[in-house]
Every structure is written in structure tokens, then in C-alpha cells.
Design a protein around this ligand. Sequence first.
Ligand SMILES: Cc1cc2nc3c(=O)[nH]c(=O)nc-3n(C[C@H](O)[C@H](O)[C@H](O)COP(=O)(O)OP(=O)(O)OC[C@H]3O[C@@H](n4cnc5c(N)ncnc54)[C@H](O)[C@@H]3O)c2cc1C
Length: 466
Amino acid sequence: MSNYDVLIIGGGPGGYNAAIRAGQLGLKVACIEGSDTLGGTCLNVGCMPSKALLHASELYEAATGGEFVTLGIEVKPTLNLAQMMKQKDESVTALTKGIEFLFRKNKVEWIKGWGRLNGPGKVSVSLADGSVRELQAKDIVIATGSQPTPLPGVTIDNQRILDSTGALSLPEVPKHLVVIGAGVIGLELGSVWRRLGSNVTVVEYLDRICPGLDDETAKTLQRTLSKQGMGFKLATKVSAANVADAGVTLDVQPAAGGAVEQLEADYVLVAIGRRPYTAGLGLESVGLVTDKRGMLDNQQLRSSVPGIWIIGDVTSGPMLAHKAEEEAIVCIERIAGHAAEVNYGTIPGVIYTKPEVATVGKTEEQLKAEGRAYKVGKFPFSANSRAKINHEGEGFVKVLADERTDQILGVHIIGPSAGELIGEYCVAMEFSASSEDIALICHPHPTRSEALRQAAMSVQGRAMQA
Ligand SMILES: Cc1cc2nc3c(=O)[nH]c(=O)nc-3n(C[C@H](O)[C@H](O)[C@H](O)COP(=O)(O)OP(=O)(O)OC[C@H]3O[C@@H](n4cnc5c(N)ncnc54)[C@H](O)[C@@H]3O)c2cc1C
């Protein structure tokens, strides 16, 4: 029986960041990861490969779709899909090796196997050679992440009916790709394949895209994606799928009920969400139970069993890599006896479509539901000189501030580099800034960041450039 201060089950952004922080704090730590590579969903089949394809396909579309011609660049690009996939895979490998390096640097032991709780303070690991290693630790962190939610009647085979992992490695460009689910993953991967030449139809059960996103921002995103050629069938449910050699026939009907119609596609991507992953984890050995969604409950990252902690996608909150990372740091600080807190109110969310969408804090709908009086400041990118000169004038920055105190309560950006721009408002909100604080800060010209200041000025009704 090997003894540790901390054992971490799962080597994704939750698990590897927890392991690195524990190593930095001088704790004897091991990270148990059963896959061949570290990095979890994010590095292997999530954030990173999807961003690699979004980047490459964005450039391809710029070269083929008229943007280069507008800029006076005339080329005749051809798509080398195999090379596009290869460079993605190489980048992913480099990133996962990077985590191995960080483990060595911080004295984290990677135990390659599948971990299972085996009573309080104990973990059994099934190793690749079939043997079992018994470990024990004062503290155990569950960071086992999530997996795609299946859709009854539409069985994923990753041949014709894909989950996000399958959609990241298609060997050909679909003629017609149907994406089921208008959430972040569906819209990002739908964008990749549309840019590479597919007809893409997004089928969504709700009557809107991206539930939870600020309404006005979601409507603007849908309008923009529609203009780009992405089709939407909202308030529509998929009830069955029939797979043949060359494609799939989907039965779809209005969500409220009504006539069934058929939708033909050569590939279908099921992207209706993700669910926590706890299969085979031995929860029963310590008396832990999940809720109906399979989620493990936590109180300040502690489970109901002393010494067992829960972080990342496997527990409540947004399923985002940086949320898992934040919880990882705070969890380990607490294990080490330090005071630490996750501020869930300042965790940003980004959709890496073109234009990007980035948000932090409350939406208008949430503020209305809370009955909180707020002011709105908005600034369009069409009035931002840098965006305009780059022909990227679509979208806006919207700042929501408390009507009485002017404290910033939420920020919603749709536009170029929104994912980078939102960081400024995350910092501002972390410091409880007012919109006036941002309005008083000099921003470099010409940058898109000037739109952040102008939107803050607009809260006081004094935007100068629109
Ligand atoms: C296509 C896609 C795109 C995404 N894009 C983004 C994005 O742009 N930005 C963003 O913030 N988030 C994104 N996400 C979400 C992000 O990947 C997750 O939020 C993040 O990976 C969660 O980290 P985690 O550590 O909780 O879990 P995971 O990354 O899922 O890691 C869990 C790990 O635990 C291992 N494991 C599970 N059970 C055991 C066991 N019993 N023993 C040993 N090992 C085990 C698994 O093999 C896995 O490696 C995306 C997800 C997908 C699918």
C-alpha cells in the first residue's frame, strides 16, 4: 500500500492543475489517469483540437470565401483535410506532453490506470498490465470529468452518427451535416464543417440557441451564423435515426408535437450536452451518491465524506476548463489549510464562432428575474475603428451596471476577439469596479479594446464615438 498526502483521480484541467498545485505546495501527490495521455477532454478531444480546427477553417474560409479578395489577396486554395487533421493532432500531442513535463517539474507522480474508491482514504488502480495497485491518502480529489449525453433513438456510432470526438476527426467534409443541439459545442463544430464546405443544419429542441446566454446576444449570434449559411430548425425534436451506408435519415417534428418529417444527412453530430462521468468509480464504497443527472454534490468542493473532494465537470457549475482549473487551485489550497474561494460570479464563457461571443456575470434576463435595477451601455463594433478597418464590424459590447451603485454586473460581447477582450471585464468585476472606472481608463488606439471603454461610457450616456 503506497501512501500519499493527496490522490487525484482524473488528469484533465481539474485533475492536472490540482496535481501541479499540490506539488508546488510540497504535498506528496499522485494523479491517476487511465487514458494514454494526460489533459483530459480539454486537451485531447475538447477545447484544444476544436480550436485548432476553428483556427484553420477560419483561415480557409477567409481565403475561399471572399475575405482575402476584399483585402487584395488573390490565391487559389485547396483543402488538404488530412494535413489539417495532422497539424491538430501534433499540437494536441505537444500539449499533452507538456503536462507530463509539468508533472515531472512539480514532482507529481502519474499513475497510469483507472482509479476506484475502495473505502475511506483508499483507492485501487487497475493498471494496463491487468494488475491492481492499492493506494491510500489523507485527501482524495475526484476530477473524473464528463462525457457526451446520449440521445435516445439516435445511437452514436462515430461512423455516421457522431459525438464531438467523432466530429473532430472526420475523414471527409460532409455534404450535409445535421447538428443536434444549438449549444456551444454544436455551433463551434458546425462552424468548422460549414467553413470547409458542408451544408449545416442545426436542430434544437428549444426555441432559441445557446440557452443561458444573454437573449440579445444569442439572437445576434443566430442572425450572423444564418447569414453565413448555417441553417436552424428551432423548437424541433429528433425522435429517431435510421442509418444506411451513405447517410442517416432523421425523424424530426415540432417540439410541441405535430407531423413528423424526414431530414437526410450524410453525417449527424449529437451535441445535446455532457453529463458527469463516475462509472466504475466505487462511490458506493464510501457511501457517496449522485443526483438524477449523475452529478456529485459538493459544499465548497467537499463531498459529504470527509477527505473526499470534488472538482470540475463531474460536479455542479459550468462545464468549462477554466472553471475546473479554478476549483482545482482552491481545492488544493484548502487541503493545504489555506483560505481560498472560487468566485463563480466572474467565470467567463466564450463561444469561438466568428464572430466570437464572450460573457461574464449576469444576463439582462437574470437581472430582470432578480428584480434588480440596472443600466445598459452598448457600443457597436461598426463604430470601432480597428474592427472597421479590418472589415470585422459585426457585433457589440454590452455592459450591465447596477442603477444605483454603477457596479458592473454583467458584460456580453459579440465581435472580433471577444474571448480575449472579456478578460478586462473579469478583472474589473473581480475588483468590484464600476462602469465609470472602465470609462476613465485610457485604452490603446486603434484596438478593439476601445469598444470596451466606449460601452462603459455609454452606461453614463456619454459614448463619444457612436
Ligand atoms: C468539443 C469540446 C470543446 C470544448 N471547448 C471548450 C473551450 O473552448 N473552453 C472550455 O473552457 N471548455 C471547453 N470544453 C469543456 C472542457 O473540455 C471541460 O470543461 C474540461 O475538460 C473539464 O475538465 P475536468 O478535469 O473536469 O474533466 P476532463 O477534462 O473530462 O478530465 C477527466 C479525466 O479523468 C479521467 N478519468 C475518468 N475516470 C477515471 C478513473 N476512474 N480513473 C482514472 N482516470 C479517470 C478521464 O480519462 C479524463 O482524462 C470543451 C469540451 C468539448 C467536448
